[in-house]
Ligand binder design. Structure first.
Ligand code: FES
Length: 581
């Protein structure tokens, strides 16, 4: 381990390096815990599902707390990196190198691994400068380092990070424990204590972690190490028990046969290209690498993406369980997720910070490049005739943000992860996209008037009704377009068509004339509070979830009610279903 002096942490850079290691260490527990959890049959192993599931939720919290600590001291958390997914088995990073981390189904062997990972430090174990036997010692070194740097440099110098980058309780829900925003020595120590106590127990000599069980609030919660020990020994800890006494409470039933027989440490290269298992493993790896990408963005200035990232856990569970039900053909084992890193250039969509909108499969629109977001309201006449659009609110955004595509979010227009949760019929959002449309120029019908030609693609219409004048539609007005007043009126109506279903040119063979629209996304509201599409202007590129581009146009409308038959484009169905925010 790379250290620079007598202590492990002598400088702010040492501290930042250790906190990045903390992220890597916390993350290292997630793939094996996921494999164990998803291999369990909940009908036969309810208690084990509860224990492993609650520990996994807490590891997600620890990851966020480690990122909060690193951000607080001016660091930049890295998660979208192959370092987080070395080949299995591999030694526990930055911990006891003799602990080999495996991917395996739930069972005695997995529990023994988890017990070694969560092994408490003995009460008098000193923080070590160059190697850590336990996670507790590692965090003790960080605690000592932060304290020393605050004494030497002053708290303000150490906690120099941007408070806007902190993950708060609002961003991470789900019962993993206390989300602590870190901005000074006191909050840093509280965050570290939460990580250590959930893992090892309060005061490092106690089996209890100081919290209450999420699912059974009447019970005090046992720290991770002791929760796994309860499963291993088949008995629950009760008041008065100590690490020395072991658990003496009620018996717990663990059915080691009620487990899907996932093959240990699977690799995609175990299977031929295009085989069903390999395709499913590659899909899982793509989703998991997307999760790392979202977490990295969430920890680097876009904390609201945390809700999209946690929603992705549902998709991962479904994909992992599907894999664990696929026999490998050896007569004994089933397939499993391989947790292999997919580099950004091999993912379905483009990378970097360029201005664009990317669809997540069955998920939200991810908006990159700080595209301005605002609300626009349709102004209508007394008779209900569409007149114009009025911008009435600029919506503040984070650097990268996610817009709801399913219509279910409680934080519209932003995504809050609801797409991943089952609806009243028990189903997550089906965001299946329609086949990519042919280009506008191929689909258009052209109607000629005098001095103007109207172009139209019916498939793009969202029924915003600007093409219907008070007494007659555009198609009829063209008959009188020799009158410049009528011609100008037609041009104005077409300019207000948000989807660009209608466009115009001066004659059939000349270029269409477009209004000078800036790159922006407008959240539309039509008459009587009817919530409508996302109006994307200024040729902002839109990428489908398979990486294919939607034809870039000066204006287009994207569905946000979740019901269009022409996803991702709006087809006006929001009107039929009476979509409201
Ligand atoms: S917003 Fe969904 S169809 Fe228009």
């Amino acid at each position: 381990m790379d250290t620079t002096g007598t202590h492990a942490i002598d400088t702010l850079d040492d501290l930042r390096r250790h906190l990045q290691w903390a992220i890597e260490l916390e993350h290292a527990t997630i793939p094996p815990y996921m494999c164990a959890l998803y291999s369990l049959d909940p009908e036969r192993n309810g208690e084990a599902v509860h224990v492993v599931g609650s520990v996994l939720a807490e590891e997600m919290l620890h990851l966020a707390l480690a990122a909060n600590l690193l951000n607080a001291v001016g660091g930049r958390p890295e998660l979208d990196t192959p370092r987080l997914l070395p080949a299995y088995p591999h030694p526990l990073p930055h911990g006891d190198r003799s602990v080999e981390v495996h991917l395996a189904p739930f069972g005695p062997q997995a529990l023994d691994l988890f017990l070694r990972i969560e092994q408490p430090a003995s009460a008098d174990a000193p923080p070590q400068s160059d190697q850590y036997q336990t996670i507790g010692q590692f965090y003790a070194a960080i605690e000592a380092g932060i304290g020393r740097l605050c004494t030497e440099l002053g708290e303000a110098e150490v906690f120099c990070g941007d408070p806007e980058r902190q993950i708060g309780a609002f961003h991470l829900r789900g019962g993993g424990g206390q989300v602590i925003a870190v901005h000074d020595l006191k909050s840093a120590m509280a965050a570290l204590a939460e990580i250590i106590e959930q893992g090892e127990g309060a005061a490092r000599t106690d089996v209890w972690d100081g919290d209450h069980d999420v699912f059974h609030p009447e019970r005090e919660e046992v720290a991770h190490y002791y929760r796994f020990q309860e499963l291993r020994l088949g008995r629950r800890y009760r008041t008065g028990d100590t690490p020395q006494s072991g658990p003496t409470g009620e018996q717990i039933t663990v059915d080691f046969d009620g487990v899907l027989p996932m093959r240990h440490n699977p690799r995609i290269t175990d299977y031929p290209h295009d085989s069903a298992i390999r395709v499913a493993q590659e899909e899982f790896n793509h989703t998991y690498s997307t999760l790392l990408h979202l977490l990295e963005r969430a920890f680097n200035g876009s904390p609201s993406l945390m809700r999209v990232a946690t929603g992705m856990m549902y998709a991962l569970r479904a994909q992992a369980k599907a894999l664990m039900s696929m026999p490998t053909g050896d007569g004994q084992t089933n397939a499993g997720p391989t947790f292999e890193y997919v580099p950004p250039e091999r993912r379905h969509w483009s990378t970097g910070n360029s201005r664009r909108i990317t669809l997540l499969e069955n998920g939200p629109y991810l908006v990159y490049g700080q595209i301005p977001l605002r609300r626009k309201k349709k102004i209508v006449s007394e008779e209900g005739q569409s007149l114009t659009w009025q911008t009435h609110e600029d919506i503040p955004t984070e650097e990268t943000y996610a817009l709801c595509r399913c219509g279910r979010s409680g934080a519209k227009p932003f995504c809050d992860g609801s797409h991943a949760r089952p609806d009243s019929e028990g189903k997550p959002f089906d965001g299946t996209e329609a086949p990519n449309m042919r280009p506008y120029a191929e689909l258009q019908h052209i109607h000629d008037g005098e001095g103007i030609s109207a172009h139209r693609v019916g498939e793009l219409c969202i029924h915003a009704a600007f093409c219907i004048g008070r007494t007659r539609p555009i198609a009829k007005m063209l008959d009188d377009s020799g009158d410049p007043d009528v011609r100008s009126h037609i041009m104005g109506l077409i300019d207000h068509c948000p989807s660009g279903s209608y466009a115009y040119s001066l004659s059939r063979d000349t270029e269409t004339i477009e209004a000078d629209l800036q790159p922006a996304i407008s959240v539309l509201e039509e008459e009587n509070g009817l919530a409508s599409a996302l109006w994307v202007t200024g040729r902002v590129p839109v990428e489908r979830s398979d990486g294919q581009p939607v034809e870039a146009r000066n204006r287009m409308t994207l569905c946000r009610c979740g019901h269009s038959s022409n996803k991702p484009l709006c087809d006006g169905t929001h009107r039929q279903i009476g979509f409201h925010e």
